[in-house]
Ligand binder design. Sequence first.
Ligand SMILES: [Zn+2]
Ligand SMILES: [Zn+2]
Length: 302
Amino acid sequence: MTGSRLGVTHSVVLILAFSAGLAHAQEEDFESVEIGTIEVAQGLYMLTGSGGNIGVSAGEDGVFLIDDQYAPLTEKIKQAVAEISPEPIRFLLNTHWHGDHTGGNENLGEAGVVIVAHENVRARMSTEQLLEFFGSRVPPSPHVALPVVTFSEAVTFYFNGEQIHVAHFPPAHTDGDSVIHFRQANVIHTGDLFTYQQYPFIDVAAGGSIEGMIAGAKRLLSIVNEDTQLIPGHGPLGNRSRLQEFHDLLVTIRDRIVAGVELGQSVDEIVQTEPAREFDSKWGQKFLSSEQFVRLVHASLY
Ligand SMILES: [Zn+2]
Ligand SMILES: [Zn+2]
């Protein structure tokens, strides 16, 4: 979702478009979407387009993909991958169940790519899901789109000369979040545990919470060093200082909302005090507005 601050009526449209996006994005116009390729390290790339950032490891063992945006973009994504490497896509790792990260699963599953994810990703994709905040329902995914390999804690791929370590984090954005660490290259794909220049969505109905997001950001901070490059779920390539900024934003907004509640304020009254004021211009213009984010965090807490 892009676009600047919108009026009330348009916000409703934006929300509907977003929830449709999480589900299918069938309404969106993908003709004009271009897939951008950014080289992050030797043999490692971030692909941009519409939906979550894609991670690519390409080398002699083949191609390892992290997330796959939306189904109508699969051909463009395959083309972008083919320009990086002539090798086939062998594995697809889903960072979590949302449709802006798993929309291409059906196409890639049909093409024989082995899909891997946390067990809760498969469980949620297998059944109808309610996106409470957006008031929409997401139908179950077809069989071929489901992960065929699942794990509960962690799994490591020895691939393209790398140790690709995939770790499940306790519920934060959802209850099936994974973080993918390319240890030699010192690159981490965070999924939606970290977004930059846009507030993160927190899927409370799927076990997510603001406390989990803060704990997740803290744990990521304990793993990264000054040279680590972070592929965020959404937004430009990140690093330790951007992750710290994200963590501090979450803590600041959470603390202000808690303080308001302790004063006996309602959520509407808290919104009036603008708990996200200094973050609005940088973080509240692309996806969730500051008000939506404050309401989301409040809903996660109370
Ligand atoms: Zn996302
Ligand atoms: Zn997500």
